[in-house]
Design a protein around this ligand. Structure first.
Ligand code: IMP
Ligand code: MG
Length: 180
């Protein structure tokens, strides 16, 4: 275990099992339809890649970098698009792949933005969900783990851009926050 991690929330094995379950639900839903998977950078990357390798319908990839967060753990509630899609989504099945749903501000604003581009469908998939933190009504179509209001890192999730590479999800030691 990494020296800054206090406790492991989900092991690599538990994550793999959950990703398989989500992929199976998606396979049932999409069948042979073509889907544009839209990964939200950077946090969704490990999840996006693992998920894409487990689905059986035809997919294409694109990525967006959006946030409603700065480097601090404060949500501004405003959507900032620092990298937009490189393809049109008109008449396509769009599957948004996100790491974690917290206040819901990012995905609420992103969903409404993408809706104006006339996709055939938009579905939302989140690896983790903190429902107790919700400020906006966001409907998640494929939800992985529900967690309490605790700041987690690993499997794509960061604290000050670190810990994304960890193969598990864990909680940081208190002194890591306090020293910053
Ligand atoms: P929302 O707009 O409040 O739903 O913010 C979602 C974004 O906040 C996620 O995509 C993450 O980048 C970040 N975030 C929220 N909770 C955590 C956490 O526990 N660890 C790391 N990042 C988080
Ligand atoms: Mg993020």
């Amino acid at each position: 275990m990494h020296k800054d991690i206090k406790e492991i929330y989900f092991t690599a094995e538990e994550i793999d099992k959950k990703v398989t379950e989500l992929a199976e639900l998606m396979n049932e839903h999409y069948k042979d339809e073509e889907v544009l998977m839209v990964g939200i950078l950077k946090g969704s990357l490990p999840f996006f890649i693992d998920l894409s390798r487990k689905v059986s319908f035809p997919v294409t990839f694109d990525f967006m970098c959006v946030s409603s967060y700065g480097v601090s753990a404060q949500s501004s509630g405003k959507l900032i698009i620092s990298k937009d899609l490189s393809v049109s989504i008109e008449n396509k099945n769009v599957l948004i792949v996100e790491d974690i749903l917290d206040s819901g501000n990012t995905l609420y604003n992103l969903y409404n933005n993408l809706l104006t581009r006339n996709p055939k469908s938009i579905k939302l998939c989140c690896f983790m969900d903190k429902p107790s933190r919700r400020e906006r009504d966001v409907k998640v179509d494929f939800s992985g783990f529900t967690i309490p209001d605790e700041f987690v890192v690993g499997y794509g999730l960061d604290y000050a851009e670190k810990y994304r590479q960890l193969p598990y999800v864990g909680v940081l030691k208190r002194e890591i926050y306090e020293n910053n």
